[in-house]
Structures are given as C-alpha cells and as structure tokens.
Design a protein around this ligand. Structure first.
Ligand SMILES: C[S@@+](CC[C@H](N)C(=O)[O-])C[C@H]1O[C@@H](n2cnc3c(N)ncnc32)[C@H](O)[C@@H]1O
Length: 274
C-alpha cells in the first residue's frame, strides 16, 4: 500500500478507535497457552483475521504493525481510572487514544523530544527508560510499543542502556501490583536477543524478585495462511553485524530464508512486596 495512504489510514484508525467495540472483539482468552510463560496467537486464529478475504483485517501497515495494532486493541481497551506511562511513544497514537477514551490518563516519555519539554502527568515529554522523570509508585501501568528492543541497542553509535537498570526504573514508578506491557519484533532489529529469537533470555530480564506472572505472547509466529515476512536487507546489512555478539551471525543469515519476522508482547506484574 502507498505509504502516504497507509499513514492516513493508521492515523484514522487511532483517531476513531472505539474501546467498547474493541472490548467485544477481544473479550475472553484470545491466545493459546504453549508453556508456563509462552502464549501464541496464530494468524488463522487471530480475531483480526478476515476469513472472507483470507487476509488480515487491519487495513494498513506492515505485517508487524498489523500485529502491533491488534495487540494494542486487545490490551488497552479498558483503562478506566488508570495512570498509564508510555515509554518511547514516537508518533503512534493508538494506545494513547484507547487509554484516554476508555477513562484512563496517558503520560509519555520519549528521548527524541527536547530535554526542555518536561513531561507531566497527562502529557508527553523528554525521558528515557533508564531515567524516568516521575516519583515512586506513580503509575498503574507502564508500556512500550516497539521500544524495548532498542533500549540496549548499539547500532547507530548508541550507548546501550542496561536492561536490569531500565526495568528497575520501570518497577520503581509502578504502584505495587501494577503491570507492564512491552511489544517487540523478533528476527528484525534492536538488541541481539530480539534478533536471535532468544525468548528464555528475554523472559529472564523480568527477575522473580521484582516481577510475577510474566508472559510472552507470540503474534504471527504461525503466519499461515498469510505470507512469510522475511527480515529486510537493511537490518541484515546494517543492524545484525553490529548487534550480534553472542550468537552466530552465519547461522542467522542461513536461517534468513526460512524464518519469518514476528512480534512478541511481554506482560508482567510488579510484586506487591518489592
Ligand atoms: C521503532 S520506534 C517506535 C515508536 C512508537 N512507539 C511506535 O510504535 O511507532 C522506537 C522508539 O523507542 C524509543 N526509544 C529508544 N530507546 C529508548 C530508551 N532507552 N528509552 C525510551 N525510549 C526509547 C525511540 O526514541 C523511538 O521513539
């Protein structure tokens, strides 16, 4: 789809998102349990799948963005009375729209915003996952869309943040019992553990001392009857050689023709007594 039309449709979708309709669409259990922490949403079983067209019913975006949209619809359709912090919000407004329309308060931090724009409750401003400019126990929920994989990234000359420090910060600003949601691509870009599909390592970021009920949803890992989504030449040439240290780049390059980029959504609860 032409990217300009796609971006208009994306904005329109965020602008017109209706929490009540989405509560109906995503009511109940929309995933299959695979293990104590893994859940899967195949395209064939996804509630966004349009069987009459044999296509994803989200009418814009890359295959990955369609999964982002579906997952955000499923997780953020009912935020009544919640204070919710978004980390690395960029320009994608669907979650903000759903949070505010369903009765919650959205606040955002984004490192690309000038430091002079100080975030306040209910507004976006400058901030970083490693240094969240809010007091202890401020939020009911903290989330990031396609952001967590970049926190520890090196490509582009970035100084990587430490995941342990970032998640301690996230825990600090959450109320006891508060929850997190972080989605990220697999076999694509960002820190090597996301490129290499190392789900046990990603799970281990959420240590038992701080977090309970840690789950990882896999969206589109089983993509049939839809098309495979191959890693792009750009990430292969620019990102993989810089990021991949603990895994064999050769093996991943060889796997390139068989793997498909998919999305994970990590959810967890802050332990009451930490
Ligand atoms: C791929 S963009 C996604 C933007 C938006 N959430 C979306 O879904 O379109 C990644 C975002 O994460 C932000 N980001 C990267 N590292 C970050 C960090 N350490 N703390 C907070 N945000 C970060 C970037 O500035 C960028 O806005």
């Amino acid at each position: 789809m032409h990217s300009k039309l796609g971006s208009i449709l994306k904005r329109w979708h965020s602008f017109s998102a209706n929490p009540r309709q989405l509560q109906k669409k995503w009511a109940g259990v929309f995933y299959k349990n695979e293990s104590d922490y893994l859940r899967s949403i195949s395209c064939a079983d996804c509630r966004s799948f349009d069987s009459s067209k044999n296509a994803c019913g989200i009418g814009f975006g890359t295959p990955l963005r369609k999964c982002v949209v579906s997952s955000i619809e499923a997780h953020f359709n009912n935020c009544v009375d919640e204070h919710v912090l978004e980390i690395g919000f960029g320009r994608f407004m669907l979650a903000k729209s759903l949070i505010t329309r369903s009765g919650g308060v959205w606040t955002g931090i984004e490192p690309k915003i000038p430091k002079s724009v100080v975030p306040t409750l209910g507004q976006g401003g400058h901030g970083d996952a490693a240094n969240i400019p809010f007091g202890d126990a401020t939020f009911d929920r903290v989330f990031g869309i396609q952001s967590i994989e970049h926190w520890g990234q090196k490509v582009g000359g970035r100084v990587p943040s430490d995941y342990g420090e970032c998640l301690k910060e996230v825990s600090r600003v959450l109320k006891p019992g508060g929850t997190v949601y972080f989605d990220a691509p697999i076999y694509f870009h960002g820190h090597e553990m996301f490129i290499a599909n190392d789900l046990p390592r990603i799970r281990a970021l959420f240590c038992d001392e701080l977090w309970s009920n840690v789950k990882i949803e896999k969206w589109r890992q089983s993509y049939e009857p839809l098309e495979r989504y191959a890693p792009s030449d750009t990430v292969l040439k620019q990102d993989w050689p810089v990021e991949l240290v603990s895994y064999s780049a050769d093996d991943l390059h060889k796997a390139r023709d068989s793997v498909s980029v998919y999305m994970i959504a990590i959810t967890a609860e802050k332990r009451i007594a930490c």
